[in-house]
Each structure stands twice: as C-alpha cells, then as structure tokens.
Design a protein around this ligand. Structure first.
Ligand code: SAH
Length: 191
C-alpha cells in the first residue's frame, strides 16, 4: 500500500463535487491533525474523498460525512479504487447531526459546513477527549475567523496558518509558477 500522499490526478473526480483537496494541502492537514494510528477521525464534508483516503491509510477508523449524495458516491468510489473501504463508514448526513450520534472519535476534520460551522465545531469539540485535535480548512476568510472565534470561546489553544502554494508549469523557455487558491487551516487541541 502507498504510505505517502496520493497524487491529485489519481482520484476519481466529478464536476458535481469539490475536491480532492490539493496534495500539498492534504499533507499539511495530516500534519496539523497530529494523526496517530489508533485515531478515530470524523471527516465532515468529505467531498471527493481526498482527505478521507489519506485518513483511511493511516488511522484505525474513519467516518466520512457529506450532505451531497454525489460526494458520498464519489468518496465510496475512491475508497474502492484504492482498496481502503474496510475501516471507513460513509454517511449522507449533516455534519452536526452526525457528530451528535458518533462516539469515540479522537480527531475532527471540517472541510465543509454549509453555514453551520460554529455548531459543528461546538459539538465536535465538546465530544473530543482531552488532547484530541480539531482542524478546519477555509477558502473564505470568514469561516477561518469564525473557527478561531468559537474555538477561543471554548478555551482551546488555537493555531492558524494560510498556505500559499504555487505549482511550476514546465515550459520550453522556463518554469512558470501558477498559484493555487490560498487555504487557511485553523487547528486546535482539546484542553
Ligand atoms: N476535503 C474534500 C473536499 C471538501 S468540499 C476532499 O478532499 O475531497 C466540501 C464538502 O462539504 C462538499 O462536498 C459539501 O457538500 C460538504 N458540506 C457542506 N456543508 C456540509 C454539512 N453541513 N455537513 C456535511 N457536509 C457538508
């Protein structure tokens, strides 16, 4: 089995679903979650399954949640493609309600929230064990600042990083760097 990060172009993709989260961003997200082998992780807004695939390779158990049935089907297709279905439960559900009934998780990843971010963070953080990690990824500034605000209210120690990644396009006359959209990652440890 591949132990490194899966390249973007190996994922099954559909126009109807965002993702996969870019390879370079997935790498840092794994780092910020402080992933451990015995973790149970909830991936809220699993989309194409970009992050779910990385978690499934490394963690004991993954719950992949999305409100969009096309995302559910695409995530399942990628798990099958990479032969990673055995430790993953894929649920078509809102993140807040899924976190209410899932127990025993040690990591929460929030990559989509549909306007319900603060509730999702509160429910996830509340159920994490001390030392557990919660991470959000944002393409708009407001969801990043909302994450910081609510995590501060909850008393968590919070860390913020914006990733500005540029990829080189190899041309005859040189390498042209092309920027990806900046992504802000907010991470917190449960105290
Ligand atoms: N990390 C994913 C991409 C996430 S895109 C990957 O690597 O493939 C964000 C996803 O969040 C979308 O598929 C969207 O349907 C989902 N989403 C939005 N609001 C949600 C909510 N309240 N609960 C669960 N999923 C949600």
């Amino acid at each position: 089995m591949r132990i490194g990060i899966t390249p973007d172009d190996e994922y099954i993709k559909t126009e109807k679903v965002p993702g996969p989260t870019k390879e370079e961003i997935r790498t840092i997200v794994l780092s910020k979650l402080h992933i451990q082998e015995d973790d149970t992780i909830v991936d809220v807004g699993c989309g194409t399954g970009g992050l779910t695939v990385e978690f499934a390779k490394r963690c004991k158990k993954v719950y992949s949640i999305d409100v969009n049935v096309d995302a559910i089907n695409t995530t399942k297709a990628n798990l099958e493609k990479f032969n990673l279905s055995s430790n993953v439960e894929v649920l078509e559900e809102d993140g807040a309600s899924a976190l209410e009934h899932i127990d025993g998780f040690t990591r929460v990843m929030i990559g989509g929230s549909g306007g319900n971010l603060k509730d999702i963070i509160r429910i996830g953080y509340d159920k994490l064990p001390v030392g557990g990690r919660l991470v959000t990824t944002s393409i708009v500034l407001e969801t990043a600042t909302d994450s910081v605000e609510v995590l501060k209210e909850l008393g968590a120690s919070v860390e913020v990083v914006t990733l500005n990644v540029s990829r080189g396009i190899i041309l005859k006359r040189g390498v042209m760097m092309k920027a990806l959209n900046p992504i802000t990652i907010v991470s917190a440890t449960k105290v």
